[in-house]
Design a protein around this ligand. Structure first.
Ligand code: GLU
Ligand code: ZN
Length: 276
């Protein structure tokens, strides 16, 4: 059975891009007689605003969607810690005390997700007094898993390649997991068979595929959909309140009608769908 999910982070209001993502996941599940899950990704304690989870539920209801909600990430911290211990024992993680500013000062290469960590702390003794993140030793990990493939419904079969993104953070300084670890474990625990999300997360999927292999997790299929861009050519972001679904809902707009328009790829006021 097809199981899809929408997994928003409660750090800002949802916008049309999220509506498009949620509708995509919802409609695929409905069409295939499957299940559509909602998971609140509140691993980021400092930036998460609990009241937004309720706003998200009201937004989805307003769009006319039905879902099953699975436990939020903040209730699953033990499973993240356990997996991180496993990777640590397998000598695939190393502590990194670098701050963002320190990494910036080294003028690192830029990758699809921003700065690529230049590996400063790899193989080093770090100061135990400093707080440390745990990073994946990508070369080790790739050697361990060998050649891996993953399947995207739109892009086809891809070879997992971590080298472009560098040694990604697996355990954050301020949380027991990064997005990569948490989302990968949760998708497995929730029985997600088709991970739908925007094409901006293509690079993350390479990481997730390797984590699945290292942790012996089931491998879903992916469906990376196009992204919505505003009239200035920027990807829609959570910053502008006036563009939020909550704002539209509170202004009395018909959400079910909006959802229908989005399904037909009829986007409001200069917004366009861009496929990679
Ligand atoms: N919490 C992530 C976000 O809001 C979800 C990404 C994903 O679907 O894996 O961007
Ligand atoms: Zn470091």
């Amino acid at each position: 059975m097809t199981v899809t999910r929408f997994a928003p982070s409660p750090n800002g209001s949802l916008h049309l891009g999220h509506a498009f993502a949620a509708i995509t996941a919802h409609d695929i599940a409905r069409k295939r007689g499957g299940r559509f899950l909602l998971r609140i990704e509140d691993i980021d304690g400092a930036r998460s605003r609990p009241e937004l989870a309720d706003e998200f539920r009201r937004d989805l209801e307003w769009l006319g969607l039905e879902w099953e909600e699975v436990p939020a990430q903040s209730t699953r911290l033990e499973s993240y810690e356990e997996a991180a211990r496993e990777l640590l024992h397998a000598e695939l993680l190393y502590p990194c005390t670098c701050t963002r500013a320190e990494i910036e000062a080294l003028e690192p290469r830029m990758g699809p997700e921003g700065m690529i960590y230049p590996g400063t702390c790899r193989g080093m003794q770090v100061d135990p007094e400093k707080s440390a993140a745990l990073r994946l030793d990508v070369d080790q990990a790739m050697a361990r898993v060998g050649k891996l493939f993953w399947e995207d419904e739109l892009a086809g079969r891809l070879v997992a390649n971590l080298r472009e993104g560098g040694d990604v953070v697996i355990v954050r300084k301020d949380a027991p997991a990064s997005y990569h670890l948490a989302a990968t474990l949760d998708d497995a625990a929730d029985g997600v068979t088709l991970v739908t999300r925007g094409q901006d997360l293509f690079p993350a999927t390479h990481v997730h595929r390797v984590l699945q292999a290292l942790l012996g997790l089931p491998v879903p299929t992916w469906h990376h959909h196009g992204l919505l861009f505003d009239p200035t050519g920027q990807k829609l972001a959570k910053r502008r309140h006036s563009a939020s679904l909550a704002h539209r809902r509170q202004a009395g707009e018909d959400g079910v009608l909006l959802a229908e328009q989005l399904r037909l790829h009829r986007f409001p006021s200069g917004i366009s769908l861009v496929n990679a």
